[in-house]
Design a protein around this ligand. Structure first.
Ligand code: UDX
Length: 437
C-alpha cells in the first residue's frame, strides 16, 4: 500500500513516520522546501521523543521519503492524508485555506482510485464540502475524515497504541482501504469506529473541548482550595479514583495552552454560534482559561510582596507542557511578559532549549540548567511540569538563590518538603498565602 501524507507538522510527520513503521510505503509532502531538505537529511524540525529514530530507520529501509512535489506524490498513492494546519483566525474560526490549497494542488493529479483522508481538524461539514469542491472540478473521490488524538511529547506512542481510531466514511471501499491501513493496530485490540463524516468531525472537537473543560474545572477547584484549606492534588486524587471521572487531566496549573485546546475550543464556540446553539460550558472554559494567566501573575506578584522591579526571577520551564519545545499559546508567554513589564530581570531555563522560546523572549538570560539558572534569584518560578523539576535538590538550590522563595505553578512538591529545605513556598490549589519557612 502506498500512502502520501500532505503536511509535515506534528500530525502529518508522526503519522507518516508511523505508517512507514507499519511497513507501508510513505511519501511525506510539504511546500516548505527547506523543511523537506532537512527531513531528507534526517533532521526533524520538532522535538518529539522517539520520532527521529523511527524516521532514520524507515528512510534507510526505503519505505519513507520526503518531497515538495504534491502532484507527483499523489499519482499512484492508495491513500492521501491531508494533515496541514488549521490555525485560528482572529474571530476564533478555523482557517481552512491550507486545506483547500492542498486539495487544489492535488485535484488534477490524484489517482482516481485513491481514498482522500482529512486528518486536519476541520469544522463539521468541511469534509462533505471538500467532496463537493472536488466534484466541481470533475474529480469524484472517496473522502474520509480521520481525527487525530496525538498528544505532543507522546505522539509516537499515541499513534502506535491509540485508545481508538475514528473514521468518518461513506463507502465500503473506503472502509476496506482504511481498515487495511490501520490493521497493524488490531493486535492490540484497538477499537476502530466507523461513523458518518459529521460525527467523526465533531468527535474531535468534543474530545478536546471536554479535556479542556476538565483542566479548567480542576483549576477552579484549585482556586476554591486556596480559600478553604483543601489540597487540590488530594482532591484530584480522590476524584480520579472514581472510574466515571478518571484520573487524567486533573492536574491544576497555569491553564491549558498548546496548538490544539485553545484553537479547537474557539473553533467549536464559533461553529456552535453560527448554528445558533448555546454552549455556555465551552464559552466559560475559554474565558476562564484566558483569565487564568492573569491570576498566575497576581499570585507571583503577591508572593513577591508586589516588589519585583529590578529583582532576579528564575523561570523554570516555558513550553506549554513538558516533553515538547512547542511554545504555541503557552501560558508562560503572558506570564513572563507581564513580569518583564513589571521590571523583573528574567532568567529562563527550559530543558528543550526551545528555539521558538528564544525568539519570543529575546531580552532574557538563558540558563544552562535549573541550578545555574537560580544563582542569585530573588524568586524561582516553575511554570512547566518537566520531570527534571519534580526532584530538584532544594538544599542545593537554597545555597544558590539570594532569596529562598519557590513559586510552583504546577504544585509538584509536598509542602513539607519545600518548607524543610528552607524555602518559602507558594503553589496552586493548596494555600492562598505564601508559606514562610
Ligand atoms: C491535545 C489532546 O490531548 C490531543 O488528544 C489532541 O489531539 C491535541 O491536543 P496536546 O496539545 O499535545 O494534546 O497536550 P495535552 O497533553 O492534552 O495538554 C494540553 C494542555 O493542558 C497543556 O497546556 C497542559 O499543560 C494542560 N494540562 C493537561 C493541564 O494543565 N493539566 C492536566 O491535567 C492536563
Amino acid at each position: 500500500m502506498k500512502i502520501t501524507v500532505i503536511g509535515t507538522g506534528y500530525v502529518g510527520l508522526v503519522s507518516g513516520v508511523c505508517f512507514s513503521e507499519f511497513g507501508f510505503d510513505v511519501v511525506c509532502v510539504d511546500n516548505d522546501v527547506e523543511k523537506i531538505i532537512a527531513l531528507q537529511m534526517g533532521n526533524i524540525p520538532i522535538y518529539e521523543p522517539g520520532l527521529g529514530k523511527l524516521l532514520l530507520k524507515n528512510t534507510k529501509a526505503g519505505r519513507l521519503s520526503f518531497t515538495s512535489d504534491t502532484r507527483v506524490s499523489v499519482k499512484d498513492a492508495n491513500i492521501v492524508f491531508i494533515a496541514v494546519g488549521t490555525p485560528s483566525k482572529s474571530d476564533g474560526s478555523a482557517d481552512l485555506s491550507h486545506v483547500y490549497q492542498a486539495i487544489d494542488d492535488l485535484a488534477s493529479s490524484i489517482n482516481k482510485d485513491a481514498v482522500l483522508v482529512i486528518k486536519s481538524t476541520v469544522p463539521v461539514g468541511t469534509t462533505r464540502a471538500i467532496k463537493k469542491f472536488l466534484l466541481d472540478r470533475g474529480v469524484e473521490l472517496d473522502v474520509v475524515f480521520n481525527p487525530e488524538f496525538l498528544k505532543e511529547g507522546a505522539a509516537v506512542e499515541d499513534f502506535m497504541h491509540p485508545d481508538r481510531v475514528i473514521l468518518g466514511v461513506e463507502s465500503e471501499k473506503a472502509k476496506q482501504v482504511l481498515s487495511h491501513a490501520y490493521r497493524p493496530l488490531y493486535v492490540f485490540n484497538i477499537p476502530i469506529i466507523f461513523t458518518s463524516l459529521e460525527t467523526a468531525e465533531l468527535s474531535k472537537y468534543a474530545s478536546n473541548a471536554f479535556l479542556a473543560m476538565k483542566v479548567t474545572f480542576i483549576n477552579e477547584i484549585a482556586n476554591l482550595c486556596e480559600c478553604c484549606g483543601a489540597d487540590v492534588n488530594e482532591v484530584a486524587l480522590a476524584m480520579g479514583l472514581d472510574k466515571r471521572i478518571g484520573d487524567q487531566f486533573l492536574q491544576a496549573g497555569p491553564g491549558y495552552g498548546g496548538s490544539c485546546f485553545p484553537k479547537d475550543t474557539s473553533a467549536l464556540e464559533d461553529f456552535a454560534d453560527k448554528l445558533g446553539v448555546d454552549m455556555p460550558l465551552v464559552n466559560e472554559t475559554i474565558r476562564s482559561n484566558e483569565n487564568r494567566r492573569g491570576k498566575m501573575v497576581e499570585k507571583i506578584l503577591r508572593a513577591c510582596d508586589y516588589d519585583i522591579k529590578g529583582k532576579n526571577i528564575s523561570v523554570l520551564g516555558v513550553t506549554f507542557k513538558a516533553e515538547t519545545d512547542d511554545m504555541r499559546d503557552s501560558p508562560s508567554i503572558d506570564i513572563v511578559s507581564e513580569l518583564i513589564k513589571h521590571g523583573a530581570n528574567i532568567r529562563i531555563y527550559d530543558p528543550s532549549f526551545s528555539e521558538q522560546a528564544k525568539k519570543i523572549f529575546s531580552n532574557v538570560i538563558w540558563g544552562k540548567n535549573a541550578y545555574d539558572n537560580c544563582n542569585d534569584a530573588d524568586a524561582v518560578v516553575i511554570i512547566t511540569d518537566w520531570s527534571e523539576f519534580k526532584a530538584l535538590n532544594l538544599k542545593e538550590l537554597r545555597n544558590r538563590v539570594k532569596n529562598p522563595l519557590l513559586i510552583d505553578l504546577r504544585s509538584m512538591y509536598p509542602v513539607s518538603e519545600v518548607m524543610s529545605s528552607g524555602f518559602s513556598y507558594c503553589s496552586v490549589g493548596r494555600y492562598f498565602e505564601k508559606l514562610e519557612f
